[in-house]
Design a protein around this ligand. Structure first.
Ligand SMILES: Nc1ncnc2c1ncn2[C@@H]1O[C@H](COP(=O)(O)OP(=O)(O)O[C@H]2O[C@H](CO)[C@@H](O)[C@H](O)[C@H]2O)[C@@H](O)[C@H]1O
Length: 721
């Protein structure tokens, strides 16, 4: 937590406990000894006096004040000191009060949880379920669109329903879900003083006795999200490691954990495509109508890394484990209708850790067109009917090129009243009026996020919006770009499980010189290429789709084959592009390897063993492979578009800055030029190369920063009416 002490020209990096310490010290000072009031030449005075309780404290915080004196000059320090101290004390009191309030709430919750017995806890009861939930003790039963009694909800003030009910439901309601910092009263308990350049000049790390005392009141310090903690439900068609066809799966597998780390209560809802090991049957059964048929769904649940994972099971999802988007357009549409209808009611029905999430202080995060119906259903079935009044939805655009388009008649399937047609209707200059699910989601969601700043700009253009730019511009006020992070447990060369066998090895920045060449040799050996340390290995990993610019690589292959390089490509997707990859390998067997298929292990191994990663995407909302590459000391060469432009700063040989090579337009000539410069640097300028690797590997690519930005979006949605 950053805090500034009134007008003092330095920054105090502290947390609540540290501020409490300041307050405690100040309040103990006798007026006779205003030593900690930073008054006059107080340091010597107070230390000399030796009479005051605060002497001990003063001695410990001497360095802090010394810096203050140094920065201000003595006169200024004397003149402004009193105000500064008062302001500090006031601020500190406020923080203390806030913390006490939170501790109080948490201890009340603790009591509540321990008093919940099998009679009043939410429990499956055969087919129909009734839940008691609500912060005000009142409850409301209601039915869903199929006429089922859904359960009971609460969370708003009946007598004045337009008034939002503070305080928010505590996000981390389940005790087993408390993040580490909840149970560690000393973590981050140091008070650090930074100068104006941000350099830490002094810290009071040893003062733990008082901070422990503070923690002992409720034993739970402030979550990172502070009082903004929310219940968050991420809904998506895929989630790594269970189901993944691309970057969406990665994001859904990792962003929720980062949100949970900030103190939010977080759930992921995904279809159960396979017989996964971790999730257990909750026993809950519900029925939803799809295309005139009642479809029963079951709910499986697992609690992993602070996140509740809920898997929705239905015969409609069976046998799709290895091809989750299999079937016709209508098959996929019907699956997603069922999934979204069921997902939106999960907070009522699934008692994670014994307690349902409920619909107060709740935000859904839907992802791409597949779950764009969720914001629509939330609006049409519930909020427009006066239900789920405090629930919000955020829609994340990972790729606007796939929109769930169909003929206007498809509206019949989504099971909505006629007046919602307009949400879905979109005019296309070629096809005329059509039905568009992404369009409806964008209009219905309270906030929209996309996965980079560059892409959020591109989406508003006719080239980048793929026909939805009009709607995106109309809703521009609710759009924000947030660059994806990476899961730095899964994608970390130091811990990567795929580097533990077959001659590969884990490595870090310190062991880069030996670890990476070992991985390169293992990769060459595994794929049957000549094992040579001096030859640059160029990698490509991606869905074989025109988006990824594989055609540009194809055009550059003749040039590449004239160089002393090896090219390793991993991809699956469009059959003609898969065949193209196979042909490359057949034609240049001594230099090219094409792995056609989906192999997470091979993706990790290429990322570790290659020297260069090629990403000539025609458009790229964010791109994860270039981030993974940089974390592994592999230098990216990318088309400067969308998230690739945001994340790969071009190498500047004069100033030795930048992270890789970029080219400005999707042309093979430009790709060849950039790759040529990259190869030259690899061969001739080893120090520059190492600098590129070093800068790439030392970046903070974690989800922490992005999670904080998502939190801001969730909050904006929460307070939007
Ligand atoms: N054949 C294969 N075998 C194994 N692994 C493979 C693979 N092909 C791809 N992958 C993996 O799938 C992921 C691809 O992620 P990307 O972000 O690069 O692209 P994608 O276009 O799928 O995602 C969309 O969503 C993400 C997330 O928001 C955005 O970053 C991106 O720009 C947008 O197009 C990576 O983890 C990669 O290793």
């Amino acid at each position: 937590m950053m805090a500034s002490l009134g007008s003092l020209p330095f920054v105090l990096e502290t947390n609540v406990e540290s501020l409490v310490l300041l307050e405690t010290r100040s309040s103990y000072h006798s007026p006779r000894f205003p030593v900690c009031g930073i008054k006059g030449s107080c340091f010597g005075h107070s230390e000399r006096s030796g009479l005051c309780w605060c002497k001990r404290v003063l001695w410990r915080s001497k360095k802090v004040r010394a810096i203050a004196c140094k920065s201000f000059g003595k006169d200024e320090y004397e003149d402004g000191s009193k105000d500064v101290v008062h302001a500090t004390i006031e601020k500190t009191k406020k923080v203390l009060a806030l913390q006490r309030d939170l501790l109080q709430q948490i201890s009340e919750r603790k009591k509540l949880i321990s008093s919940i017995d099998s009679d009043n806890i939410s429990k499956p009861e055969g087919d129909g379920i009734s839940y008691e939930h609500g912060t005000n003790g009142r409850s409301h039963s209601f039915e869903n669109q199929n006429g089922n009694i859904l359960g009971i909800y609460g969370g708003f003030n009946e007598s004045n329903q337009d008034v939002r009910v503070p305080p928010p439901e505590p996000a981390s309601l389940r005790l087993d879900s408390l993040p580490a910092f909840f149970t560690n009263g000393t973590e981050n308990s140091s008070l650090k003083v930074k100068n104006q350049d941000g350099v830490i000049e002094s810290s009071l790390e040893n003062i733990t006795d008082e901070s422990n005392e503070i923690g002992s009141e409720g034993e739970i310090p402030h979550p990172l999200a502070g009082t903004n903690v929310m219940n968050v439900i991420v809904v998506a068609a895929e989630c790594a490691p269970w189901s993944k066809t691309g970057g969406l799966g990665d994001v859904v597998g990792s962003l929720p954990k980062a949100l949970a780390k900030r103190g939010h209560r977080v759930m992921v809802v995904v279809p159960r495509y396979g017989n996964y090991i971790e999730p257990q049957d909750t026993g809950v059964r519900k029925t939803y109508r799809v295309d005139g048929h009642d479809m029963e769904v079951r709910y499986f649940q697992a609690y992993i890394d602070g996140v509740d994972f809920v898997f929705i099971e239905s015969p409609m999802f069976h046998n799709l484990e290895h091809n989750i988007y299999a079937g016709s357009r209508l098959d996929i549409l019907k699956r997603m209708i069922l999934f979204c209808k069921a997902a939106v009611e999960v907070p009522w029905h699934i008692p994670c850790g014994g307690v349902c999430y409920g619909d107060g202080n709740l935000a859904f995060i839907a992802n791409d067109w597949h779950t764009s119906l969720l914001p629509v259903y939330l609006k049409a079935y519930y909020r427009d009917q006066g239900l789920m009044k405090y629930t919000r939805s955020v829609l994340v655009i990972h790729n606007i090129a796939h929109q769930g388009r169909g003929p206007v008649d498809d509206f019949f399937y989504v099971d909505l009243a006629e007046h919602y047609t307009d949400l879905f209707k979109l005019y296309d200059p070629i096809g005329g009026d059509h039905f568009n699910i992404f369009a409806a989601g964008l209009k219905s969601a309270d906030r929209v996020v996309t996965v980079s700043h560059g892409y959020s700009w591109e989406l508003k253009t006719s080239e980048g919006g793929w026909g939805l730019h009009g709607i995106i511009n109309d809703n521009g006020w609710k759009l924000r770009g947030i660059v994806n992070g990476i899961d730095n447990k899964d994608w970390n060369p130091k811990f990567d499980v795929h580097l533990k066998s077959d001659g590969y090895t884990n490595y870090s920045l310190e062991t880069l010189h030996t670890g990476k060449p070992q991985c390169k040799a293992a990769l060459q050996k595994e794929l049957g290429l000549p094992v040579r340390e001096d030859i640059p290995v160029i990698g490509f990993i991606g869905r074989l789709d025109p988006q990824k610019g594989v055609d540009l690589i194809a055009e550059a292959v003749p040039w590449m084959m004239g160089q002393d390089v090896q090219l390793i490509m991993l991809g699956s997707g469009r059959p003609d592009l898969e065949q193209m990859l196979r042909n490359f390998e057949n034609q240049h067997n001594d230099k090219i390897r094409s792995w056609v298929g989906f192999s997470v292990k091979t993706a990790h191994r290429i990322t570790a063993g290659a020297d260069i990663l090629l990403m000539p995407s025609r458009f790229e909302p964010c791109g994860l492979n270039q981030l993974y590459a940089m974390a592994y000391g592999t230098v990216p060469v990318v088309h400067a578009v969308g998230g690739l432009r945001d994340t790969v700063k071009p190498f500047d040989p004069f100033n030795e800055t930048g992270l890789g090579w970029t080219f400005e337009s999707a042309e093979s000539g430009k790709l060849i030029h950039a790759l040529g410069n990259c190869l030259l640097t690899y061969r001739e300028y080893k120090e520059s190369w190492e600098g590129l690797q070093w800068r790439g590997m030392t970046q903070d690519l974690s989800w922490d920063n992005a999670a904080q930005q998502y939190e801001e979006v969730l909050l904006a949605a929460k307070y939007q009416w």
